[in-house]
Design a protein around this ligand. Structure first.
Ligand code: IPE
Ligand code: IPE
Ligand code: MG
Length: 254
């Protein structure tokens, strides 16, 4: 089940220490942070870090699939990232096209279904076109869900959910007083995805930065100082092993 190790010493240690597979996370959220600092450390422009980050993301997706994860949500661009210089934003908006051009065949072969969360309608037209094609090419696949958070913000998602609910009430399709936590899920961008079990953030920052705020209510959090472009399959394995050892109480006692 856990295949593909064997390149480094850490990997061979990982191969011996198998996590309890029944407590494997179903849905992992990845906050892929540290691309800029990775580039800076090498005297490279920030966009070189984003390119390296995209390569690390390819490996992380493969590893999630090999590890039997049902769903991975990748924080690719936040609603706050528009504050960055136009040239950097422009590069980031072209990365999905680069990514899918090289990966779509493998994703289809792996039976991966691509989804997006966030306001994709406000992306540049060429990025929207890439999004549309990636969804279309993988729409009948039934394997792992790779969910890209692109122009995503947790608060914006909750506001949009409130709007959707209000509209349903106005149109007589929902009744005030009947909203529950479970029915709230239906209005979120993540509707239909497995519950978020584990959030991983790289680069030493210890915050959520507006990522999956509702969904992370009881997720386990895992932080590493590794900068995203240096994040490997072995780091992911380590996070999954740590997750397997955690006691999730959800407010109860044992
Ligand atoms: C994460 O890396 C990628 C995006 C936010 C798009 P950063 O670009 O935030 O890298 P640092 O945090 O500046 O090192
Ligand atoms: C979070 O990283 C967003 C993504 C990884 C896409 P940021 O670098 O934007 O977060 P802050 O600004 O450090 O909180
Ligand atoms: Mg950052």
């Amino acid at each position: 089940m856990f295949k593909g190790f064997g390149r480094s010493q850490r990997a061979s240690a990982a191969a011996v220490e198998q996590p309890a597979l029944d407590v494997k996370p179903r849905h992992i959220g990845l906050i892929m942070d540290g691309n800029g600092r990775w580039a800076q450390q090498r005297g490279l422009p920030r966009i070189a870090g984003h390119h390296a980050g995209m390569l690390a993301m390819k490996e992380a997706i493969r590893a999630c699939d090999d590890f039997g994860i049902e769903c991975v949500t990748l924080y690719a661009f936040s609603t706050e990232n528009w504050k960055r210089p136009a040239a950097e934003v422009d590069y980031l908006m072209r990365l999905p096209e680069q990514f899918f051009r090289s990966e779509i065949d493998e994703l289809v072969r792996r039976n991966v279904r691509v989804r997006f969360i966030g306001d994709t309608e406000r992306l540049p037209t060429h990025t929207q076109e890439t999004v549309r094609r990636a969804i279309q090419c993988t729409q009948h696949n039934t394997g792992m869900i790779v969910n890209f958070a692109l122009n995503y913000g947790g608060r914006m998602e909750i506001v949009a959910a409130m709007e959707r609910y209000a509209r349903e009430v106005m149109e007589g399709r929902a009744t005030v007083g009947q909203l529950t936590e479970a029915t709230c899920d239906r209005y979120l961008d993540t509707a239909g995805l497995p519950p978020l079990d584990l959030v991983i953030r790289t680069s030493g920052e210890i915050r959520l930065s507006n990522f999956l705020l509702w969904q992370a209510a009881y997720a386990e959090l895992w932080f590493t100082d590794v900068l995203w472009p240096d994040f490997t399959r072995d780091d992911l394995y380590q996070a999954i092993c740590d997750y397997a050892k955690r006691k999730r109480r959800f407010g109860a006692i044992e």
